[in-house]
Design a protein around this ligand. Sequence first.
Ligand SMILES: *[C@@H]1O[C@H](CO)[C@@H](O)[C@H](O)[C@H]1NC(C)=O
Ligand SMILES: *[C@@H]1O[C@H](CO)[C@@H](O)[C@H](O)[C@H]1NC(C)=O
Ligand SMILES: *[C@@H]1O[C@H](CO)[C@@H](O)[C@H](O)[C@H]1NC(C)=O
Ligand SMILES: *[C@@H]1O[C@H](CO)[C@@H](O)[C@H](O)[C@H]1NC(C)=O
Ligand SMILES: *[C@@H]1O[C@H](CO)[C@@H](O)[C@H](O)[C@H]1NC(C)=O
Ligand SMILES: *[C@@H]1O[C@H](CO)[C@@H](O)[C@H](O)[C@H]1NC(C)=O
Ligand SMILES: *[C@@H]1O[C@H](CO)[C@@H](O)[C@H](O)[C@H]1NC(C)=O
Ligand SMILES: *[C@@H]1O[C@H](CO)[C@@H](O)[C@H](O)[C@H]1NC(C)=O
Length: 684
Amino acid sequence: MGNFPVFFHVLLLCLTLCPPRFCDAGGESFVFSSFAGAGALTLDGAAEVTPEGFLKLTNDMVSIKGHAFHPAPLRFKASPNGTARSFSATFVFAIAAAGAGYPGGNGTDGMAFVVAPTKNFSDAAPAQYMGFLGGGAMNRTFAIELDTYGNAELRDVDGNHVGVDVAGLYSLESRAAGFHDDGDGGALKNLSLDSGEPMQVWVDYDGKGKQVNVTLAPVGAAKPSRPLLSNVSDLSAVLAEQAYVGFSAATGPIKTRHYVLAWSFAMDGPAPPIDFRKLPKLPYYDSDDRKTPSKLLKIALPTAASALILATCVAVTLLLRRRFAFAELREDWEVEFGPHRFAYKDLFHATQGFTNKNLLGAGGFGKVYKGVLPSSKSEVAVKRVSHGSSQGMKEFVAEVVSIGHLRHRNLVQLLGYCRRKGELLLVYEYMPNGSLDKHLYGGGEDGRPALEWARRFRIIKDVASALFYLHENWEQVVVHRDIKPSNVLLDGEATAHLGDFGLARLYDHGAADLQTATTRVVGTMGYIAPELARTGKASPLTDVFAFGAFLLEVACGRQPVSGGERDGRRAMLVDRVLEYWRGGALLETVDARLRGRGGGYDAGEARLVLTLGLLCSHPFPSGRPTMRQVVQYLDGDAPLPELTPASVSLLSMMQGDGAFDRALQCPWSANSIGTMTPDISVGR
Ligand SMILES: *[C@@H]1O[C@H](CO)[C@@H](O)[C@H](O)[C@H]1NC(C)=O
Ligand SMILES: *[C@@H]1O[C@H](CO)[C@@H](O)[C@H](O)[C@H]1NC(C)=O
Ligand SMILES: *[C@@H]1O[C@H](CO)[C@@H](O)[C@H](O)[C@H]1NC(C)=O
Ligand SMILES: *[C@@H]1O[C@H](CO)[C@@H](O)[C@H](O)[C@H]1NC(C)=O
Ligand SMILES: *[C@@H]1O[C@H](CO)[C@@H](O)[C@H](O)[C@H]1NC(C)=O
Ligand SMILES: *[C@@H]1O[C@H](CO)[C@@H](O)[C@H](O)[C@H]1NC(C)=O
Ligand SMILES: *[C@@H]1O[C@H](CO)[C@@H](O)[C@H](O)[C@H]1NC(C)=O
Ligand SMILES: *[C@@H]1O[C@H](CO)[C@@H](O)[C@H](O)[C@H]1NC(C)=O
């Protein structure tokens, strides 16, 4: 406990010392002009980031390895069998051998820039294999070796060469280290890799031309126009779809330090330029180092201490950043809902980080993304509902989970949820054929034929059967509250599934936060029953009212409310159908595209649907049928009651009286979730 404040000081220090320098939006390029504060690398073995800001892969030990990788994998291919994308990397490195007693590079070991499907090289061999030989991933590894050991076994050209290694340590091609000096007519100049001098390497792969270029130059020199190595070689078969980029180094019997001072990388373009002003200064070997251990200790001890602190910082920052990125809200009461709880991390990965590419749609309650769960590989739709307050959240989640127990072939199955600060994520089964409104209104301009009558009638029956189940066939009554075509989803077999049930409740709970005397009615304009607008109380019969509007909409192919902006009056679909009914021409209201040539519909069914739509639109709840009756009428198990002149006169009276209009002309936001403040205040 006594260490706690110390821990916090260290933490604070870390946070100020290690600003998140590593930051890129797309995750497809990055640049480290120094590694100071770059707490984002995955290090292992002897690798460390020193306080001076360079990446030190190996230290003064013999027979050790060190690896450093960019933590997140990069997408090198669009699909497992795709062609490898172009990429480009550049880095500044230095290899310094202790005592500098082995000129010509025979005896020290090299390092490599590696692209591999794994970051785990724990069982790779050290020494002349540069720390990346071995492991099952070898045949999927691409590397550029900076080899300072002439290995006969690997048919190396000499003890100071640069090589392109594809799926193994045998170089596809290698050249003695050097560069074509543009200032000297492109003459080849030698370089000694293990001189301790920093040098820059460029690795460019052209995905179209399938060409790998490797260019070397002393640090600070411009990139030579002619690469040292250029080989036509298709990396598609070697690179994994997702691979890690990083460095590997190893030492043999000679103490050697492998440094990386700066590094940048980009997919599909040149690597971002390195800012050489930020380049860390290398501490050169003092040849007396080994003879005067006291002096070494004097330097090494504080260095080691600060390295330790920095490593702790890096670890803590990494941990914290990870925690923040995938933070969730989790409370004790949720324990019982455990099986329905999804990890945010899984949903994040499933939807590829909620990219727009995966966006299925955006509705009143939030955006919906398509995803593939990493564990089961099953397709899901993830809905992100932003929700500011946690009030009522417990009740809501309890309800969501209990709704998760609802099973019906015409309901969109809710699989579970996840809670974060300010948002709720709901996971549903995925419906490949989208929502009904797209099919209903999709005909015409995009060349799609109008949804045929037989399918409309089936969809109506499906939705009715789902609502009947919610209202009467389950252990408790569930009111849907938001029936409309955009909440009806079609699966691959064109069966309709009712979705989004219960969501409107969340906004009811939210209304309590407003602390005002007004009430909020949630639903969609044209589907809100008059008594719901008045009292804000939803019931199965307010669902029936919405279902009536839905029936008319599907049969007529028109929205329940249209126009309104131009003449200040909205045209109600129910009025129109009623007018035609009175005129004895009810079937004239059927979707014009079905009445026209190439259309066709069943007159008996259409009459049934339209009349039932009017019955369900009755202004008084008691005048509406229940969902049980609706299902019976639709199945032909009970005769539809005649629309009596009495009920019609009531309907028209309500209209003439304006009450109907009043109830429907409140200031809703158009065609989405409506938040309205009725002019009738609710007595509380
Ligand atoms: C990918 O390649 C493998 C083997 O080369 C093959 O079996 C598979 O069908 C291919 N997949 C696609 C989508 O082309
Ligand atoms: C790395 O791989 C080895 C065996 O291949 C395994 O034993 C080890 O647990 C792995 N390490 C990590 C961190 O995954
Ligand atoms: C890589 O090697 C493993 C076994 O070591 C083998 O199963 C796999 O098919 C190989 N992959 C390729 C692309 O050669
Ligand atoms: C490295 O040095 C050893 C011993 O000095 C020698 O036998 C060997 O041939 C050298 N290798 C190369 C590639 O120069
Ligand atoms: C450059 O290196 C090659 C091979 O190591 C050697 O043959 C050549 O003499 C060297 N040239 C210079 C100018 O040192
Ligand atoms: C590789 O080098 C060749 C020859 O200089 C050049 O034509 C080509 O554009 C280079 N390719 C890349 C990807 O840099
Ligand atoms: C490239 O690599 C191949 C082996 O895949 C090799 O035969 C060829 O000589 C190399 N050089 C060039 C310039 O393509
Ligand atoms: C989606 O609906 C269209 C008609 O709107 C149909 O032709 C198609 O077969 C459906 N797709 C699937 C996967 O069922």
